[in-house]
Design a protein around this ligand. Structure first.
Ligand code: PRP
Ligand code: MN
Ligand code: MG
Length: 182
């Protein structure tokens, strides 16, 4: 049992749960991309922790690159406006692309990114999302091929996920106490 951070009300995923998820998703991607030399793209900043783990769980040749976008800023709600802060350094035409994300919430960030990257004519493009938020009565704007696990519609932090740039370094995923942001 991980020690509870004072700002966390409940732990959703312990370190061991995360390890199991990474291993499973890594095996799925390895199976599907064995001879495709995929370009694995992480979306900064939230995806860095999952990226570092998942790239080592994918047991086939690959290359990596990073993009930085921001949709949340320091708030708790998606602004709906996706801002490209840093573009790729790699040409993706003809490449098999996998986008790695920490969390798919409204799906706005990813649907925007996929649309933008498709216009550069990759051979294929898929999403690996560590978390997918289950929002009642709402389907996310996009359907990821690889999903770590689903989480309830609460403000979750840790393992890369932040609130106002904090908590990214927590080794577990937990629910933030509402008193922290209210
Ligand atoms: C968060 C998260 C995803 C996105 C998900 O990023 O890391 O990228 O929001 O939300 P959506 O599905 O509703 O678009 P954020 O913009 O907070 O930037 P960060 O990764 O630097 O924290
Ligand atoms: Mn993000
Ligand atoms: Mg954020």
């Amino acid at each position: 049992m991980a020690e509870l951070h004072p700002d966390i009300q409940e732990i959703l995923l312990e370190e061991q749960d995360i390890k199991d998820i990474v291993k499973r998703v890594g095996a799925e991607i390895t199976r599907d991309y064995a001879d495709k030399n995929p370009l694995v793209i992480a979306v900064l900043r939230g995806a860095v922790v999952f990226m570092a783990d998942i790239m080592r769980a994918i047991k086939c040749p690959l290359s990596i690159d990073f993009m930085a976008v921001s949709s949340y800023g320091d708030g708790v709600k998606s602004s709906g406006v996706v801002r490209i802060v840093k573009d790729l350094d790699t040409k993706i035409e003809g490449r098999h692309v996998i986008i790695v994300e920490d969390v798919l919430d409204s799906g706005l960030t990813l649907s925007y990114l996929v649309r933008m990257l498709k216009s550069r004519n990759p051979a294929s493009i898929e999403i690996a999302a560590f978390l997918v938020k289950d929002i009642e009565g709402k389907r996310p704007a996009i359907d990821p091929c690889y999903v770590g696990t689903h989480v309830p519609d609460k403000f979750v932090v840790g393992y890369g996920l932040d609130y106002a740039e904090r908590y990214r370094n927590l080794p577990f995923v937990g629910v933030l106490k509402p008193s922290v942001y209210e």
